[in-house]
Design a protein. Structure first.
Length: 120
């Protein structure tokens, strides 16, 4: 997968899968690309100067989820998902603070935790 300018020097970009890697007559690497939903490869090869990025990692099926949610559904779900993440973070922080406080407070069976110590 590469992201490239549709025309060299212009801002519009597209991301397609590389189906063939070749070297042209002037020694420049060129890439034959094809969109995942296109029936055939792109007509024009992509030159190196057109490249803007390459795929480093991918989250499988995330694109399908994004396509399945229309604008209205997405607008409703995003605040709920964000709120859920904030709630999860708050619960995690509170639990960590409680665990830290429990670890600092002495056990009732510990001799150092008694308020009166005997000196003989």
């Amino acid at each position: 997968m590469i992201t490239f300018q549709l025309k060299s020097g212009q801002q519009a970009v597209v991301t397609h899968r590389v189906v063939e890697n070749a070297v042209n007559s002037s020694g420049e690497h060129v890439f034959q690309t094809q969109g995942d939903h296109n029936p055939s490869p792109d007509v024009q090869p992509v030159r190196e100067v057109q490249l803007k990025g390459k795929l480093i990692y991918a989250v499988p099926a995330l694109g399908w989820v994004q396509n399945a949610l229309n604008g209205d559904t997405r607008a409703l779900l995003i605040p709920f998902i964000a709120g859920g993440l904030f709630l999860y973070a708050a619960i995690t922080l509170v639990r960590a603070a409680v665990d830290r406080r429990k670890a600092k407070s002495p056990s009732p069976n510990c001799a150092y935790g008694r308020s009166q110590l005997r000196h003989e």
